[in-house]
Design a protein around this ligand. Structure first.
Ligand SMILES: C[S@@+](CC[C@H](N)C(=O)[O-])C[C@H]1O[C@@H](n2cnc3c(N)ncnc32)[C@H](O)[C@@H]1O
Length: 188
């Protein structure tokens, strides 16, 4: 469904990551569905807080490393506490993660810290609906939904949060609640 909303069916993951170069960090990698598509990266590091998903991602990482001929590493950690030094990455990727992180602001601070000066954050996320009545509905439904959907919130104002935190945000595509964007670290 997301593929249809964001363009060619099934191709959104490839389109999100295949052009990215340098040292890449993917947050909330899940079971590693994006990993086979990092064709131009120098290295891929990924974090996932759920140990079971991280274990599945590890298998996907081994396969991707062999196919792509690069280092692909998985660490068990949350986005709010990244186990990496400052300025360690050229690119950070997040796909369908900011709806469920416990603390969006802290996760953004951590991403800012580990990105190099000219680094880019790429995201595909679903966000709070723009239509006020749908936004209110999303807020109404979210408490029940997040209990059955691994803390997924339907009403997260992720775009506004990025802008308020000083990121320079470029929305590349928007279909309904799904947004693809690229963001630069704000001025120091
Ligand atoms: C809908 S899944 C998306 C997985 C993957 N990014 C993808 O596109 O297939 C959301 C993921 O976010 C992860 N997640 C939840 N809270 C997180 C946090 N605080 N930091 C990093 N990842 C988190 C979940 O464990 C889950 O793997």
């Amino acid at each position: 469904m997301i593929g249809r909303l964001l363009g060619k069916p099934g191709g959104w993951r490839a389109r999100l990551v295949e052009g990215l170069s340098g040292d890449v960090l993917e947050i909330g990698v899940g079971t590693g569905a994006n990993l086979p598509y990092y064709r131009n990266a120098a290295s891929v590091t990924a974090i996932e807080p759920d140990p079971d998903r991280a274990q599945k991602a590890q298998a996907a990482a081994l396969q991707a490393a062999t196919q792509l001929g690069i280092s692909v590493r998985i660490d068990v950690a949350p986005a709010e506490c990244l186990p990496y030094p400052d300025a360690a990455f050229d690119v950070v990727v997040s796909s369908l993660v900011f709806c469920s992180v416990a603390d969006q602001s802290l996760a953004l601070e951590e991403i800012h810290r580990v990105l190099r000066k000219d680094g880019l954050l790429w995201m595909v996320e679903h966000v709070r609906p723009r239509t006020p009545i749908l936004a209110r509905l999303a807020t109404f439904v979210t408490p029940g939904w997040r209990r059955i959907a691994h803390n997924c919130h339907l009403d997260r104002p992720t775009l506004t949060l990025l802008q308020d935190a000083g990121w320079q945000v470029e929305v590349l595509r928007r279909r309904g609640v799904f947004v693809k964007l690229r963001a630069r670290r704000g001025m120091e």
